[in-house]
Design a protein around this ligand. Sequence first.
Ligand code: MN
Length: 250
Amino acid sequence: MKPNTLTQRAAQGGPRTLVIGDLHLSPGRPDITQAFTRFLDEELDGADALYIVGDLFEAWIGDDDVTPFSDQIAERLRRASTKLPIYFCHGNRDFLIGPRFARRCGMTLLPEPEVLELYGETTVILHGDSLCTEDREYQKFRRLRNRPWFRMMLLSLPLAMRRALARRARAKSRMHTQQKDERIMDVTPKAVDALMATHHASRLIHGHTHRPAIHPLPHQRHRLVVGDWYHQDSVLVITPGHAELTSRAF
Ligand code: MN
């Protein structure tokens, strides 16, 4: 994959849809925030829509956790949303983002998965953690996390307690990720096939694995994976009949 520069990306005229994910924004990484705000300011002109496929934030403990940082991001997104529609699907780090914060950002929360006709191709979009079915332990937690009573319980805890829980979850996830087999941390072909077949999709877009690639699948189908923003950005540019994964160092 040839890395694409900002200028090349911005120079693309004509209809296009942009997809990003796994930015893992946090106050501790101002360089990522800066790259993100520059992207919003400079690269959205003329695009049809922006999809954020989850893990926009390193952690999200509830829309009531209003901080200067979340205010800043919301304001930037809100400004960008005057240029084009912005859609968001939840990641495993920010599954608690709710309608209140989405409204402040001017972005639309998507169901999981979102299925749409994109320039004539049936496209399924989601974060991707649900496709890592070999990670039994994580899937067990995910089922619990998706229960409305569990979310309600989490959101009713004091912010300080939620903050401590999020810290512990991140530490645990770091350990867990280091110990687990690479293969277990990736999506399984079986889960990909099942999801695409259910929706008669020719294209699947996700993030989560931090393994940016465009994978050709049998029967002219494709799985498109956006990368993280730890040391470079990762923007998937979809145009009629074409998709390109672009990246730019900070
Ligand atoms: Mn993730």
